[in-house]
Design a protein around this ligand. Structure first.
Ligand SMILES: [Zn+2]
Length: 245
């Protein structure tokens, strides 16, 4: 089984949608992608078992992608987690996450379960899933991820406009989740994709299907309308489950 559970599709300041986040399951292994401030509740609600998640990958470390980390880790501790947790992050990301724990709970607090670290962008095998990474063009370092499992490929952009490396990463993916913060290009908004840019990425990467998320609340109606007759590009389903195998 290769499955994507969409926990959140919201942009950073969206008052009505949880932060963008997904759980990817490859046979027996569960990977959480991003854990922002307003999606922590969905993580705990969706997977009440504190041992369910094997690893967390952080695309980048803005609050809407990383600041749910400390609440989730302490909840798992309170609910009795014992299984080691692998965290996939950059060097800066690890520093930030450890700092969030320290600032929240003091310098001596440690969970009863082991935390292991994997340095992004080194590729790795996580159970049956092969993960590789590429940088995007965002206001802070962001890595997109390609996850291959039993011959199918899911890719997830995190935030940012595409780069030649990220387009190569998405090549022939069966399903690509891409951020689409903007309806129209806006030179004043740095490090985010527009609908036109996303359509270019879909064409260049020759991905099977593209689903858009992280759409700024004010742009959602226009993006939704524009996609009504678009084949191959659609909206990521908030709360939905997608099966690739
Ligand atoms: Zn961001």
């Amino acid at each position: 089984m290769f499955e994507i559970q969409v926990l959140g599709t919201g942009a950073a300041n969206d008052p009505s949608l949880p932060n963008s986040s997904a759980i990817v399951t490859g046979y027996g292994t569960k990977l959480l992608i991003d854990c922002g401030y307003s999606v922590a509740r969905e993580v705990l609600l969706t997977l009440p078992d504190p041992n369910a998640i094997d690893a967390i990958f952080f695309t980048h470390h803005h609050p809407d992608h990383a600041w749910g980390f400390a609440p989730v880790v302490t909840a798992w501790q309170d609910y009795g987690r014992r299984k080691p947790l692998l965290i996939l992050a950059t060097r800066w990301g690890r520093f930030q996450l450890e700092k969030l724990i320290e600032l929240g709970f003091g310098p001596n607090w440690q969970p009863d379960f082991q935390i292991d670290w994997h340095l992004v962008p080194e590729p790795l095998m996580l159970g049956d899933m092969a993960l590789s990474f590429a940088p995007t063009d965002h206001t802070v370092p962001n890595h997109a991820v390609r996850i291959a499992c039993a011959g199918r490929v899911f890719a997830y952009s995190g935030d940012g406009r595409a780069t030649p490396q990220s387009i190569a990463l998405y090549r022939h993916a069966d399903l690509l989740f891409h951020e689409c913060h903007l309806f129209e290009d806006d030179a004043a908004v740095l490090g985010h994709a527009s609908l036109r840019h996303c359509r270019d990425i879909a064409r260049q990467s020759e991905c099977g299907e593209m689903m858009l998320y992280h759409i700024e609340a004010g742009a959602r109606a226009d993006v939704t309308l524009a996609l009504a007759h678009d084949r191959g590009v659609g909206l990521a389903p908030q709360g939905g489950v997608l099966r690739l195998l």
